[in-house]
Design a protein around this ligand. Structure first.
Ligand SMILES: Nc1ncnc2c1ncn2[C@@H]1O[C@H](COP(=O)(O)OP(=O)(O)O)[C@@H](O)[C@H]1O
Ligand SMILES: [Mg+2]
Length: 262
């Protein structure tokens, strides 16, 4: 059976421009030949230090940066990664949530508007949209009274829950989470991680969970990919890679984390 998401040799280069005509004078290869498979109901983490290409990979998987080369298959079908029209459709199945939910929630819109907006173009009736908005608030543990409120009325953790509720409005099968707990206090982080884990089970979601924080990755992942300077260093079952890394870079990354026992 085909995986839910299959990426083959993804390469993303950013041009570095210079001169009067601002021509590309050289390139940064932010993602170099990364391949992976993601199954439904599975959490695959991507870990590595700042600047190693995690966010670029995440953005590539929802078509927010142009692909230099590589292939992507969703549910066994090849995605034309060069077509914005194809990405528009694909983003109904592959959704992304970001580190700072506040900047991605429009401060002038109520929660009701924020949640139902993505469906307004889909010919979904108002009644269905309302029902789905209520259902999603319930899924993320936010009371229904939130519907008429504005983003600033919520805490960071609640806003991240609202960001998750919005991402789930289209009922995607893949959720890409880029540093989604990095801006949160440790106790709130744990709650959001727990929520993501239960959503994965309840909705059979496949998740790409991106973090620079090995402790966070340890708690949530089934499998883990370790990236360094755009390249894949090591990939495997999370508990095995994190307990007995084979790669020298992974060893250093793990050794640099202070061991905290709770
Ligand atoms: N829009 C951009 N234009 C040029 N270079 C970029 C751009 N975005 C990121 N980069 C570079 O690509 C590399 C990977 O960045 P990024 O994907 O943000 O890494 P991470 O999320 O792991 O911190 C870095 O060297 C960064 O400076
Ligand atoms: Mg990043």
């Amino acid at each position: 059976m085909a995986s839910l998401l299959e990426a083959r040799n993804v390469c993303i280069r950013y041009p570095l421009r210079g001169g009067l005509l601002s021509r590309a004078v050289s390139y940064v290869e932010a993602v170099s030949s990364i391949s992976f498979d993601l199954n439904a109901g599975e959490i695959l983490s991507v870990v590595g230090e700042s600047g190693c290409g995690k966010s670029t990979l995440a953005q590539a998987l929802v078509g927010l940066v142009p692909w230099t080369s590589g292939e992507l298959f969703f549910d066994g079908s090849k995605i034309d990664v060069g077509s914005e029209r194809v990405w528009k459709k694909t983003r109904e199945h592959i959704q992304m949530i970001f580190q700072d939910p506040y900047s991605s929630l429009n401060p002038r819109h109520t929660v009701h508007e924020i949640l139902t907006y993505p469906l307004s173009y889909k010919g979904v009736s108002t009644a269905e949209r309302d029902a789905l908005a209520k259902k999603n608030l319930e899924l993320v543990g936010i009371p229904q009274s939130a519907l008429e409120k504005y983003p600033h009325e919520f805490s960071g953790g609640q806003r991240q829950r609202l960001g998750i509720a919005r991402a789930l409005m289209m009922r995607p099968q893949v959720l890409i989470c880029d540093e989604v707990t990095s801006a949160l206090d440790v106790s709130v982080q744990a709650q959001v991680l727990h929520l993501l884990d239960s959503l994965r089970k309840d909705l059979n979601l496949g998740m790409i969970f991106i973090s620079h924080d090995i402790q966070v990755v340890r708690t949530i992942s089934d499998r883990v990919m370790v990236m360094y300077k755009g390249k894949l260093m090591e990939e495997g079952v999370a508990s095995e890679v994190l307990a007995g890394p084979q790669n020298d870079y992974t060893k250093k990354l793990i050794a640099s984390v202070p061991s905290i026992s709770f």
